[in-house]
Write a protein that binds this ligand. Structure first.
Ligand code: DUC
Ligand code: ZN
Length: 462
């Protein structure tokens, strides 16, 4: 049966129009004037009143970590609970990080992630592939990944999954050949290791040593080094989870010399600052993530970067742990599992503190949550736009209503909400995933209909 979404405002990166939408099966059939749409939908269509609401193309979260082993434990959210929380927040597609662990092939890494995700997802999903062990056979396999729809990769410049500069250079060369793209976690691992050793030797084992040992300079240095490697190879790269002005300035400098750089940031870096690490006891551990939260000035820089179109995507880096898991680091800050939940609240936070606060427009919000990630990660126009022929992935957001974030209400498997008590001025009322109404009045239908998305090559101007 066709569906007719009546009375809403359809938002795209280029503008917004009062228009009705016809969904036919899994696809958007038409978008247009009410009288034309009624005729097209036919008398049998199911009419859904969305008047007063904004209709966004399904949000895409290109940075999640579900069912991931970190610091001797495993994330609180797996693909089931994580995608359930995601879809409630309007995210109809996630891209998680499949990982090749040392000694494994990329094929093995991909098979492991399919095993974790297939049949368990409430929203559509894809994978980036994290490369940690580079050799000629893995280089050959990069083409297999591209053919399998895993067209983006991830490199770490820190952690035990890190790759050195020579390896990064070789991988970039290979990605240029196959038209792949990589996101990179930029932090200088040597500097961090030295600072951590110093802090421990001085007996500074508490949470406040976390930001002190991962300074903005460590991030900016690694970004600069990455971008110089990319400059020589002549390939665009994605700087993931940018946190700070120092890093932003390095990116702007690379762009001034003609490089193409894509930038992602996350709500936690826009809305929270490093004063949270001073909270008593293990309270501050809730906010331990890497890179760490920064200063208010950094938040301001990131907001301005979003408004100026210099930051292309806002993802979550959802990597959730319970307070019990966070307590693994009670005697040693380096043992606190890093990461926070975020998939459930990204859209309403960006609406409230971005659009409603006058920092960005709703069209910019559409770009950074939907259109740009779809283009950057090879899913456009199947995803990222409400247009005839695209997937019927639609977020019905009602502006002008009060809501508040609480751990009690969240679907994520964590026992705390980093932004507990934070006010919201919008609510996600309904979500359609490939034409099916999977969220109604904020309630998620018990259907794990998420499907693997085979992605094409990156295609975003920057
Ligand atoms: N940072 C985190 O805090 N957790 C998971 C991975 C990452 O980059
Ligand atoms: Zn991450």
């Amino acid at each position: 049966m066709k569906k007719l979404l009546k009375g809403g405002t359809v938002v795209s990166g280029g503008g917004s129009v009062l228009a009705d939408v016809v969904l036919d099966g899994e696809k958007v059939a038409a978008v247009g004037l009410p009288r034309d749409m009624e005729e097209l939908a036919g008398v049998d269509a199911q009419v859904v009143d969305v008047s007063g609401c904004l209709l966004f193309p399904g949000f895409i979260d290109a940075h999640t970590h579900f069912d991931l082993h970190v610091a001797g434990t495993v994330t609180a959210d797996d693909f089931e609970t994580g995608t359930r929380a995601a879809i409630r927040g309007g995210t109809t597609s996630i891209i998680d990080f499949g990982t090749q662990y040392p000694g494994e092939s990329l094929a093995q890494g991909l098979a492991n992630w399919h095993e974790k995700a297939d049949g368990k997802c409430y929203c559509d999903y894809g994978f980036h592939m994290s490369i940690t062990d580079w050799n000629p056979e893995v280089s050959r396999e990069v083409q297999d990944m591209m053919d399998a729809g895993v067209t983006s990769f991830k490199l770490y410049m820190t952690y035990d999954t890190q790759v050195d500069d020579e390896t990064i250079f070789s991988i970039l060369r290979r990605l240029k050949e196959v038209h792949g793209i990589t996101g990179v976690h930029c932090e200088n691992s040597g500097m961090i290791a030295a600072l951590q050793a110093e802090a421990k030797a001085a007996g500074h084992m508490g949470v406040s040593s976390h930001p002190a040992t991962r300074p903005a300079a460590a991030e900016a240095e690694a970004i600069g080094r990455l971008l110089r490697l990319a400059q020589v190879v002549d390939i665009p790269v994605v700087v993931v989870h940018l946190t700070c002005k120092e890093g932003y300035d390095v990116i702007m400098e690379a762009r001034r010399r003609g490089q193409k750089v894509y930038v992602e940031t996350c709500p936690q870096y826009l809305l929270m600052d490093d004063s949270l690490y001073k909270l008593p006891g293990m309270e501050g551990a809730k906010y331990v993530c890497a890179p760490p939260l920064r200063k208010k000035e950094d938040q301001e820089c990131l907001w301005q970067g979003l408004a100026a179109g210099q930051i292309q995507t806002v993802s979550t880096d959802h990597c959730s742990f319970t307070t019990e898991q966070k307590a693994l680091g009670k005697d040693d800050f380096t043992k606190i599992p890093g990461g926070m939940p975020g998939v459930e609240t990204r859209g309403t936070l960006l609406y409230t503190y971005g659009v409603d606060a006058g920092r960005i427009t709703k069209e910019q919000m559409c770009r950074v949550l939907s259109e740009n990630p779809a283009r950057l990660y090879g899913m456009y126009p199947q995803k990222g736009v409400i247009a005839p022929g695209s997937d019927g992935d639609i977020v019905v957001l009602r502006p002008g209503v009060e809501d508040v974030i609480t751990a009690e209400n969240q679907l994520s498997s964590t026992d705390y909400a980093p932004l507990e008590g934070t006010k919201l001025t919008a609510r996600i009322e309904r979500v359609f995933l490939r034409g099916r109404e999977v969220v109604k009045d904020g309630k998620v239908a018990e259907e794990k209909t998420g499907r693997f998305v085979k992605r094409g090559e990156y295609a975003l101007e920057a």
